[in-house]
Design a binder for this molecule. Structure first.
Ligand code: NAI
Length: 341
């Protein structure tokens, strides 16, 4: 039995996590849940948006399924963990738990409107360094600079992670994305390390693309890719491009993986405009739960959910409004559960 920390989160979070939980249980997966509250609601109740106990729960269970957490707009929103302070719960969790890899599958689903067909690739984004660390300074009143730091260690760790992940899925091709023609040292190092690591995976193929050319190729023939390996900032941008290829952020799942633990979450936010109205599409969190199941070796339960979800999406009778239907979160969940029974 796998014990998983479940963070319901804010806004539509409790609705979509309840849906995913019910579907995972109906699929017969050997999991049990440990609910841990984090986010704005938890902050209002206890004064702590991200309590140490939540981090401890994930460290202990090594696995988490997370609903979106809300960051209030406007005033600064300091999230304290011990004497460390973060701008949001999501960033606090990422840093405290050392999630160095962000994984985002980009896959078409039947019945989900998209300009493309047969898209099915995985984005591996290095999550611990690069310009994204925000090391910036004003040189003088009219000049600002940022530091891009790339290390062999972090580059090797994400390259190995991507090869292993793809190999487990029986996939053969990884594309490393860079701008080494201009950034010869930083991107040159990232590219060189990926090529070095590739020698340990002779059964797989590594090719490369310059990031701008990749973006064009992605909108022309996205079905031609298997896996993309990117640094942090390129990964951030190309991830949203990827979501756009398959119907938007509302249908994209994601995982954050560290040395000891992994956290799976929907890519969308807490959608305060539709919270508590039974309008939220639970698909992104269900897909995130399926990733979690595959990660822990419960692949047959994940495959069953995949088939049930695909059947409901194709039929289009019990899908939420954003998918062109009239169903609520509950009705769509029940339809998927019915397919599983
Ligand atoms: P959002 O993704 O919450 O909402 C954008 C639009 O998409 C809204 O119109 C919303 O109703 C719709 N939408 C989102 N998810 C949906 C779903 N499952 N079903 C149907 N419609 C859906 O983005 P927004 O408004 O920028 O952010 C709201 C809050 O969420 C903010 O406080 C933000 O910080 C937080 N957020 C949290 C994330 C996390 O915890 N990982 C990620 C992104 C945002």
């Amino acid at each position: 039995m796998h014990r998983i920390t479940l963070i319901p989160g804010d806004g539509i979070g409790p609705e979509v996590t309840a849906s995913a939980r019910e579907i995972v249980t109906a699929a017969g997966a050997a999991v049990e849940w440990e609910v841990a509250e984090a986010g704005m609601r938890a902050g209002e109740k206890t004064g702590r948006p991200l309590a140490e106990s939540v981090i401890e729960s994930i460290r202990k269970n090594k696995l988490a399924l997370k609903g979106p957490t809300q960051t209030p707009f406007g005033d600064p929103y300091p999230v304290y963990v011990g004497d460390r302070v973060y701008p949001s719960v999501a960033i606090g969790l990422r840093k405290e738990l050392g999630f160095y890899a962000a994984v985002r599958p980009i896959k078409n689903y039947p019945g989900v409107k998209s300009r493309y067909e047969n898209v099915d690739f995985i984005i591996f984004r290095e999550n611990s360094e690069d310009l994204y660390m925000g090391i910036e300074r004003m040189v003088d009143a009219d000049t600002a600079e940022a530091i891009k730091r790339i290390t062999r260690g972090a580059s090797e760790r994400i390259a190995r992670f991507a090869f292993e992940y793809l190999r487990k899925l029986g996939r053969k091709r990884l594309t490393v994305v860079h701008k080494a023609n201009v950034l010869k040292m930083t991107d040159g190092l990232f590219l060189k390390v990926a090529q070095d690591v590739a020698r340990d995976y002779p059964d797989m193929e590594l090719d490369s693309r310059v990031v701008d050319a990749l973006c064009m190729e992605l909108v022309i023939k996205p079905e031609s890719f298997d896996g993309l390996l990117l640094q942090n900032l390129y990964g951030d941008i190309v991830s949203d491009l990827g979501a756009g290829l398959i119907g938007g952020l509302g249908v994209a799942p994601g995982a954050n993986v560290g040395v000891d633990c992994a956290m799976f979450e929907a890519v969308h936010g807490s959608a305060p405009d539709i919270a508590g109205k039974d309008l939220a599409n639970p698909m992104s969190l269900i897909l995130s739960a399926m990733m979690l199941l595959r990660y822990i070796g419960e692949s047959s339960a994940a495959d069953r959910i995949d088939r049930a979800l695909s059947a409901v999406l194709s039929e289009k009778k019990h899908v939420t409004r954003d998918l062109g239907g009239t169903a609520g979160t509950r009705e769509m969940t029940q339809a998927i559960v019915a397919q599983l029974n």
